[in-house]
Design a protein around this ligand. Structure first.
Ligand code: ZN
Length: 238
C-alpha cells in the first residue's frame, strides 16, 4: 500500500513581515542591493591561506623520523587555494624499518612524527604486553590528507585532514597476517579490548585530538588522531 504523501506546500504564501512566522535567515552581506536588482547571494569570503611551515623545523622533523627508521619523502606544496593544503607535505611509507603504514600517508611532518613516536613508545610495548607472540608490522590508515569538511558534511568546519594534521587508523597488522581492527570495545573483556583501550588512552599523550568508537557513530571503525593546536594546550580525547 502506498504511503500517503504530505500535502504539497507549493501554494503556501511566502512568510511576510508581521505574519508571525520567522523570516528565513539571511547572511549579513554588507549594504543591501538596489530593490530593482535581482537578489543574488554574494560569494563567501575567500578562505584563509594555508599555514606556512618553518623549513628548519620540518628538516629537524624529517631527520628524527629517518633516524628512527622511517621511509619518508618530501612532496610538493599542496595548495588548491580553497582552504585545504599543506605547505611542506611528507609522504610516509614506513614508520620504522620494520613497520609499514598502509597505504602510504600524505601528512604534515609533525603528524607523521607523532604517529611514529606513539607507535614506537606506546603501541609496540602495549602489543608486546598483550600478545607477546605477535609482532606489529603495519598500521592500516583509513585517511590522511584529504580536502574535506569534518565528518564529510557539505557545510561546516574544515577537517584537520584537510590541513595534513590528522590521520585515521583502522587497525594494526601482525607478522602472522592477523589484525586488530578498531571496533567498539568499551566493554570487551578480551585482551584485544584491553589492548585497544590502552593504545587509545596513550594516544592522547602524542595527539591533541583522539576520537575512537566510543566518541561517536562516525568513528566506530577507526581512531582519528590529530595535532590541532588549541589554546592552553587543551586536548580533546574522549
Ligand atoms: Zn579522521
Amino acid at each position: 500500500m502506498p504511503v500517503p504523501r504530505p500535502p504539497v506546500e507549493a501554494s503556501k504564501p511566502a512568510p511576510e513581515a508581521g505574519s508571525g512566522e520567522p523570516a528565513p535567515e539571511k547572511p549579513v552581506q554588507g549594504p543591501p542591493a538596489p530593490a530593482t536588482q535581482t537578489e543574488k547571494p554574494e560569494p563567501p569570503p575567500p578562505p584563509p591561506p594555508i599555514p606556512e611551515e618553518d623549513a628548519a623545523a620540518v628538516a629537524a622533523c624529517l631527520t628524527e623520523l629517518r633516524s628512527a627508521g622511517a621511509v619518508v619523502k618530501e612532496a610538493p606544496r599542496i595548495d588548491p587555494e580553497n582552504g585545504c593544503g599543506i605547505a611542506r607535505p611528507v609522504v610516509v611509507g614506513q614508520l620504522a624499518s620494520d613497520i609499514e603504514i598502509k597505504p602510504e600517508a600524505t601528512l604534515r611532518c609533525e603528524t607523521a612524527l607523532q604517529l611514529q613516536r606513539w607507535t614506537r613508545d606506546a603501541v609496540i610495548p602495549a602489543i608486546k604486553a598483550a600478545t607477546p607472540q605477535k609482532r606489529l608490522v603495519a598500521l592500516n590508515q583509513a585517511s590522511a590528507y584529504v580536502c574535506r569538511n569534518r565528518n564529510n558534511e557539505p557545510n561546516g568546519k574544515l577537517s584537520e585532514h584537510a590541513l595534513g594534521n590528522a590521520v585515521d587508523i583502522a587497525g594494526f597488522t601482525y607478522s602472522d597476517g592477523s589484525r586488530l581492527a578498531i571496533a567498539p570495545r568499551e566493554k570487551d573483556a578480551t585482551i584485544e579490548g584491553a589492548l585497544q583501550r590502552a593504545v587509545v588512552a596513550s594516544a592522547c599523550l602524542y595527539f591533541t585530538t583522539v576520537l575512537d568508537p566510543g566518541s561517536d557513530a562516525a568513528h566506530e571503525t577507526h581512531l582519528h588522531l590529530d595535532v590541532k593546536k588549541r589554546t592552553n594546550g587543551y586536548r580533546y580525547c574522549w
